[in-house]
Structure formats: C-alpha cells, structure tokens
Write a protein that binds this ligand. Sequence first.
Ligand code: ATP
Length: 271
Amino acid sequence: MVDSLSLAKREDSIGNAPTKNAIFDVHDVHKSFAGLHALSEVNLKVGERTTHAIIGPNGAGKSTLLNVCVGRLAPDSGTVTFDGETLTGKKPYEINQAGVARVFQTPEIFSDLNLLENLLMPALSKRDGSFTFNAFRALNTQKDILQKAEHALEDVGLIEKRYEHAGSLSRGDKRRLELAMCLIQNPKLLLLDEPTAGMSRHDTNRTIDLLVRIKESGMTIIVIEHDMHVVFSLADHVSVLAQGKIIAAGTPSEVKGSAKVQEAYLGGAPQ
Ligand SMILES: Nc1ncnc2c1ncn2[C@@H]1O[C@H](COP(=O)(O)OP(=O)(O)OP(=O)(O)O)[C@@H](O)[C@H]1O
C-alpha cells in the first residue's frame, strides 16, 4: 500500500493544514412526493476535507437528499453547489465529472466481469459521460490505466482477488469494489450511503479503517449512516434529519447529547 495513487495525499494539501472552507452547499432545498414533504428548508454546508455525517430515523429524507445531491432527483426549489459550481439541474454524469463520486446502498458493479475489468469501466469513462472503446487509444493508455486499477484495488484490500468475478464477492467486498471504482476517478467529494449496512462487525471495522485512510488523504466525504460507531469513528460534523428537516447539527458528541435528537429517534415530531 506504498504511495498508491488514489489514496496519496492530495497535492494541494501537502504541507498545508486542512482547510474548513465550505466546498459543498445545500441551500434551502425542498422536495415533495404527492404532498408529502420529504425535504423542507434543508440547508447544509460541508467543509473542504472534512467528513460530514447525515443521520436520522427511517423515512427522515436522507436518501432523498442524497439523490438530490447527485442529480437523480430534481428538488422542487433550492440549490446544491459544489466547488463554486451549481449542480442543480445537471445530469448525474455531469455531477460525476465535476468531481463528485457516490457509493449507493446496492453496489452498482458489473457482476460478470472480473475486478480489474470493473475498474476499467470508470477509468475509461470519457468527459462526456460515454466510454472510450477506441482500441488504439486504449492500447496507448492501457498500461497506465491498469496500474491505476491495481493501485485502487490495493487501496481497498482486493488486489489478491483481481481476476475473480465481481459477482462472487461477499457483500462487504462488493462495496469495497464500488469504492475502488470511485477512487480511480480521483473525486474531490465522496458521497456514501450507509457504507457498512448489512456488514459483519469485522467487515465494518475494515471499512472504517479504509474510510479513515480516504479521509486522511484529504478527500471531502458525506456519509449517510445509521451505525453510531461508524459516525463517531469518522465524522467531524453531523447533521440530523427528521421528517425532512435538519433538527440538529454539530460534532458527534454534541448531537448525541441533544434532547431533540433523542426525541426524534424515539418517534417525537421535530420542533
Ligand atoms: N419516489 C418516492 N415517491 C413517493 N414517496 C417517496 C419517494 N421516495 C421517498 N419517499 C418518501 O419520502 C420520505 C423520505 O424517504 P427517504 O427514503 O428519503 O428517507 P430515508 O431517511 O432515506 O429513510 P431510510 O433510512 O428508511 O432509508 C419517506 O416518507 C418516503 O416514503
């Protein structure tokens, strides 16, 4: 795992203390489904090179918020900006090209391909969202791309399995593979939807270790998570959603001690 490409310290961060400027800004976002207010007046600022957790009880609006952030859902009103660029109204692949990568709860991998081949898909992806299948160009860049793919697999601890079919991996390994598919794109912002859901404690701890290394590389991370052990291990800042509203925000300890948050988890309505 020496000097691997994807988890190498970001060049612009070497020698500098991490900055806390907001790089991701959700401003006054509303989203309804047939009269149900899934998101109301949601405001969120995420500091550059920080890890921001979004927690909340079932049905709070967490997935809706993530889908709005990655362009899968259009908000009824409000804006999402990243690194000075308005993401609202852009297609998911355009948001991806802006430097935002996401890992959803159900891994989106190519089950019939081996792990290296899975990594080649995002690596060969062109800037217009299509794929490079030009054989001559692929030959020229093949060595470099293969090296990057191997580094990304090394980063997530899957290098030994590089020739195995992705479909045969355990659930935890499939999610690590999807993470590698994100890392090979060298994103500036990583969005994770319950990265440890359904994992054993052992796999959860391995994933936490990996995410801590990704965080230390200087990447900005937004993570939706139910497991407070994961939140406490990773997050610098936590926002709590309940019934579509942010009801509390602060450090993990501040949020854990909030009476409002405890009430929301026990079924009380937000104020
Ligand atoms: N496509 C949709 N059509 C209608 N209602 C929806 C749709 N998507 C979400 N909802 C509703 O919006 C609310 C918020 O749902 P959402 O999935 O965002 O919550 P969540 O916090 O991610 O929940 P969970 O933790 O259970 O995944 C819920 O009441 C849900 O039923």
